[in-house]
Design a protein around this ligand. Structure first.
Ligand code: 5RP
Length: 233
């Protein structure tokens, strides 16, 4: 296992401490969230955790739940009246627990479920912690296709660069689970991401912004390359 794999596994295992029998569990998206899901699967299969149900934040997560043989535990928001805990990854984290999310284009469903949860636990490896964000990863912004050029121009007016996301084994733009596009926006250095989130959300055509406020995050579990973890509460 690489150092990053060790760090992710350590963070995922630590997050299991916040899971209880009978819980409605929001399951995040991305490679780190999938490590958590596979660790949770082991607890379920061994009978260490009973009567849980799983609310996925993306098609990726749904498919993995089904692949693991847990389709009977899948629930959608309209089938539950709350989420006890959501566990999700992030692209970047700052010291105030603010996050950049949406590297996997799942930011909208992630924010819906993660913010709904009574506890929102973030798991990352140590390479994702920065003094200020965005640092390396641009801010993903989900936009209605009809509006993408208008939103892109508005972001460029705010300063920095904005690019329609392409790739991922499909010709043309990436299409989200909600049928929308993603614009990756790298603002000028030194912006306050919480203020920026508010400004961008007001642009017509924007569905969601991949800035998650640290105020909505219960804790960030940082996995280290040596297999230890540190938790920011
Ligand atoms: C998907 C996300 C992911 O949580 C984020 O991209 C981190 O993914 P990974 O654990 O694969 O690095 O926000 O939209």
């Amino acid at each position: 296992m690489s150092g990053v794999d060790i760090a992710r596994e350590a963070a995922a295992k630590e997050a299991l401490k916040y899971v209880r029998s009978g819980y409605v569990i929001g399951v995040g998206t991305g490679s780190t969230a999938m490590v958590f899901l596979r660790e949770l699967y082991k607890l379920i299969i061994n009978g260490d955790v009973n009567n849980v149900v799983l609310v996925p934040t993306s098609t990726e997560t749904e498919i993995e739940v089904v692949r693991l043989g847990l389709a009977n535990l899948l629930r959608y928001p309209w089938q539950v009246d709350h989420v006890d805990v959501a566990v999700d990854g992030a692209d970047e984290v700052d010291r105030r627990k603010n996050l950049i999310k949406g590297g996997g284009a799942a930011l909208t469903r992630e924010k819906i479920i993660d913010y709904w949860a009574r506890e929102f636990v973030v798991i990352v490896d140590e390479s994702k912690v920065f003094d200020s964000i965005p640092s390396k990863h641009p801010i993903p912004i989900e936009v209605i296709p009809f509006a993408w050029t208008i939103v892109k121009a508005r972001l460029e007016e705010l300063g920095g660069t904005a690019e329609l996301r392409f790739g991922g084994g499909k010709r043309g733009p990436v299409v989200t689970d909600n049928g929308n596009y993603i614009i990756d926006y790298m603002p000028r250095a030194g912006v306050n991401v919480e203020d920026l989130e508010r400004v961008i959300r007001e642009v017509p055509g924007v569905v969601e912004v991949g800035v998650f406020s640290g105020k909505r995050v219960s804790r960030v579990i940082i996995g280290r390359l040596d297999g230890s973890t540190v938790t920011m509460d």
